[in-house]
Design a protein around this ligand. Sequence first.
Ligand SMILES: NC(=O)c1ccc[n+]([C@@H]2O[C@H](COP(=O)([O-])OP(=O)(O)OC[C@H]3O[C@@H](n4cnc5c(N)ncnc54)[C@H](O)[C@@H]3O)[C@@H](O)[C@H]2O)c1
Length: 372
Amino acid sequence: MMETIGVVGLGTMGLGIALVYAQAGHSVLGFDAMELARLSAPDRLNATLQPRVDKGQMSEAARAVVLARIRITPDLAALSPAALIVEAIVERLDAKQDLFRGLQSVAPSAVLATNTSSIPVGSIAAGLAASDRLIGLHFFNPAPVMKLVELVGHPGSDADALDLARRLTEAAGKTVVACPDRPGFIVNRVARPFYGEALALVEEGRSPGEIDAAMLAAGYRLGPFSLIDLVGADINLAATCGLSDAMAGHPRYHVFQALADQVASGNLGRKSGRGFVFPDALPVAPPDAAAIALRIETTLINEAAWLLSEGGVTEEGINTAMRLGLNFPRGPFEMLALHGRAKVIGVLSDLQTRAPAALKRRYDPAPALRAP
Ligand SMILES: NC(=O)c1ccc[n+]([C@@H]2O[C@H](COP(=O)([O-])OP(=O)(O)OC[C@H]3O[C@@H](n4cnc5c(N)ncnc54)[C@H](O)[C@@H]3O)[C@@H](O)[C@H]2O)c1
């Protein structure tokens, strides 16, 4: 008998997560505090699978089987049979803590997982009787498509709870990477310089289009500005500000004025019809494309090395997370192997020399890079 999975919060992420486990054969119990969300969930689930049915990747009958495994309930207590309950509600500490206070008695032995992107898992667990069985399971959007899930423990979390969440999620086809309970986990943190260093180049007079073209020439499917245009400059700014605050304003997470100005201009990307480069075609890569890519990759490598120095994660884990979470052609430590430690340290040193005073510490090499 396969374990029952609970999902709380039937928005973008919750519905996607429900589909992940239902497609793997689990019964899923879904709850949302809003009646409208509960009532519309079946239609939204159906619509999510429609493109696959249209393309012939899934039969109507197979879709019906998957959807029949998902039961929506107006009663949180109905989640009691679940072995794993994933929370994907509003990103607010008080709301998440209230919910988990209810869930810990509803399901006295279930593993409780939060899909938070930005709240420390340890602070959600703090004060809960069930803090040991509360962990982070960070899915990426769209959850049924994105292979990566970041698994987040905290100092009080139980190894068995982490194991169960990993086992069920891997069996549902995901690649699960363990990471520390640090701001941004792996992907949202190590990605910062991909955008930040590109924005630094723009502030030095380069165009977003030529920077994206340089990254494409280096093997990336999307450059930093096309990626910002896809997700929205406002979303990127919020994530950048969140990391900057969580990291006490360290210049490695500097909020570049070029990004704030872009948001203020209203040209947020695809959703507003114009962004940094959207809808224009990219220019040809500039003559110094390799140097642009090396500079951006150097800062990605350094951020990954700082995260590695803090513990709780492996080089392989960071490589995998960046390849799967952002579609990078190679992980940061593969970039390091490609360029060589000496070159990377040299680029950081040059950047530090040329940086304005407020940004010099942005280029301090991580201890893991300095060690021979
Ligand atoms: N959207 C993303 O790209 C993304 C990616 C990874 C993680 N996350 C995280 O996932 C979570 C959900 O994000 P989303 O984008 O799916 O949000 P959403 O707004 O699409 O959905 C949230 C749902 O939760 C419901 N809800 C709110 N408070 C509730 C409560 N107290 N009890 C039960 N239901 C409640 C809402 O009615 C809504 O249906 C957040 O923590 C977010 O940070 C989002």
